[in-house]
Write a protein that binds this ligand. Structure first.
Ligand code: ACM
Length: 553
């Protein structure tokens, strides 16, 4: 049965029972055991909207019942996020290792109802809804199954972020890495430093395409989330068992912040008062000055960030910090001498170590891009390995936790097809199948080091994604393949059954259609998704194609 084509594939037994399925109708009730009220509420809202059925609360015992339970036995065998789903004509039993496990089982239940269960209203009132008889045991391979969204380069309004949280939940992804600050925009309200958003959230124009492109979009661009918006996003994510990991990028990628507060920059080598929020792409040379005043400023920022985000991990970036201004700055050089630091890499480490300690004192943990390894990794820090696997391997072997997100494999801004007509040619060609064959744990890692790979993440950088449709186009369908990599216990890359995944995708496209996801169709971009180069320019004038195939593990 098509609706058994689950994605991500369940890890354990998926026994399709020959007997009748369970009919969901106006008499169906949800019996929510202690701790499962959130999953019950989600089922009532989402399945209730799609079916038009009340799915009210009900006592155990009737044959119309969907029973939700937290079950220590399931936690023992399938892990806290695992679940067991038993369906026959007498009822549905959904047992989770925790509230999260029950919630992921509820996601499976929606897939079993068929693609129309992904709509927000019923198409017909006389529709019969049946869950096929089955017994499923399931649980995730990784504890960190993430997607990063860059809202710095292009702002995504709050409603779009909430929609992405729903899309993550539908794919059993549980970490939303929220890249909130960059050279091109500061997106989170900080009450004690209001100019960060008054000034830093807005730019006057935007480069269209890669930085070498001669074209500009002359429309001002910007936006930010108020602290109430952030509270809403975090609470909405929590209801879906998604942790929001905020990223405040330091000491590089800081031009927007320096434009708002020029004293944050290296004022002895540049006139930072003349800086504006960056309007093009690449890595800005304008980085934070290594002063006590800057540390205090960012402690103030982080005080507010910690109050908003309960996540244990706080991402402080640390990537792509050009050292030129520190090399030229007498004040930075004097600071290095005073601190006894040998070079500018150590100065970068000094920044990161300061905030690693600061976060640890507050019960949190720092995570940063793999550049934080340079000049000495702060104790306790975790690494997002983006420049390939090497940083992640070095970090894991020295006992640091790692989230594998190598750009050659899971940067979803990279193009997904080498043919003509793709909207913007950025990076390597990484097809749906390439992502399906991505392996987060390099085989050369010994088991003890491999255990430090706590998970994996797909990163959506938005230089060439000016709106939600473009984000959808780049993220989907590849995020679907990624979700199976992150959740399901897939074999080694060469042994993965891609034809089976591709077959299940036929049903999944219908789910994405019902959700209104603007994915890249298997046959190539729709006319409205193409963005032909203006006369006289080639696609390569606008984008940054990288030829060749990146190494897999
Ligand atoms: C990064 O792509 N600069 C983390």
């Amino acid at each position: 049965m098509a609706s058994m084509d689950l994605i991500p594939a369940p890890v354990g037994a998926k026994d399709l029972r020959a007997g009748d399925g369970f009919a969901v109708d106006e008499r169906t009730v949800i019996d929510a055991g202690p701790g499962t009220e959130g999953a019950a509420r989600w089922l009532r809202q989402v399945i209730g909207a799609a079916t038009g059925l009340p799915l009210g609360p009900g006592a155990d015992g009737s044959d119309r019942t969907v029973r939700l339970r937290i079950d220590a036995g399931v936690a023992d065998t399938l892990g806290p996020e695992g679940y067991r789903l038993d369906v026959d004509s007498a009822g549905i039993g959904l047992h989770g290792g925790s509230a999260a496990g029950v919630f992921w089982g509820a996601q499976t239940l929606r897939q079993l109802l068929g693609p129309e269960a992904f709509r927000r209203a019923p198409l017909r009132q006389d529709r019969q809804w049946t869950v096929p008889g089955c017994a499923i045991e399931d649980g995730p391979r990784f504890a960190w199954r993430g997607m990063m969204l860059d809202v710095g380069r292009h702002f995504m309004p709050k409603a779009g972020v909430l929609r992405y949280l729903d899309l993550l939940a539908a794919h059993k992804l549980n970490v939303f890495h929220f890249h909130l600050t960059d050279d091109q925009g500061w997106r989170i309200e900080i009450k004690r430093h209001p100019r960060l958003t008054e000034v830093g959230a807005w730019r006057s124009r935007t480069k269209w395409g890669h930085r070498a492109s001669p074209l500009w979009d002359e429309k001002p661009h910007g936006g930010f989330y108020t602290q109430d918006d952030i509270r809403e996003i975090v609470a909405y994510a929590a209801e879906r068992h998604i942790t929001v990991v905020p990223e405040i990028d330091i000491p590089g990628h800081s031009q927007a912040a320096i434009s708002a507060y020029p004293e944050l920059g290296n004022t002895d080598v540049v006139d930072t008062a003349a800086l504006t929020v960056w309007d093009t792409w690449g890595v800005s040379p304008h980085v934070l000055a290594p002063t006590e005043k800057v540390l205090r400023f960012y402690e103030g920022v982080l005080d507010e960030v910690l109050a908003l985000f309960p996540s244990t991990f706080i991402h402080l970036g640390g990537d792509e910090c050009p050292k030129d201004q520190w090399q030229k700055s007498p004040a930075a050089q004097a600071r290095m001498a005073e601190l006894g630091l040998a070079d500018e890499d150590e100065l970068q480490s000094w920044f990161i170590r300061h905030f690693d300690r600061w976060l640890a004192e507050r019960g949190r943990r720092l995570i940063g891009w793999d550049e934080i390894l340079e000049g000495g990794l702060a104790p306790g820090a975790a690494v997002s390995s983006w420049r390939g696997y090497a940083g992640g391997i070095a970090a894991a072997e020295s006992g640091h936790d790692v989230v594998m997100c190598p750009e050659q494999q899971v940067y979803l801004d990279h193009r997904q097809h080498g043919g003509e007509g793709e909207p913007m040619p950025i990076g390597y060609v990484r097809t749906l199948e390439d992502v399906y064959r991505f392996e987060p744990v390099p085989p050369q890692l010994a088991p003890e080091a491999a255990a430090h790979v706590i998970g994996t993440q797909a990163n959506v950088w938005t230089e060439v994604m000016e709106d939600q449709n473009r984000v959808d186009y780049q993220a989907f369908p590849r995020l679907v393949a990624f979700s199976e990599v992150a959740w399901s216990a897939l074999p080694a890359p060469a042994e993965r059954d891609y034809p089976d995944f591709d077959r299940r995708m036929a049903v999944h496209y219908a789910r994405l259609d019902a959700l209104g996801v603007h994915y890249r169709p298997p046959g190539g971009p729709l006319p409205a998704q193409r963005r032909p180069a203006p006369q006289g320019l080639t696609a390569a004038d606008l984008g940054r194609p990288i030829e060749g195939t990146p190494p897999n593990v």
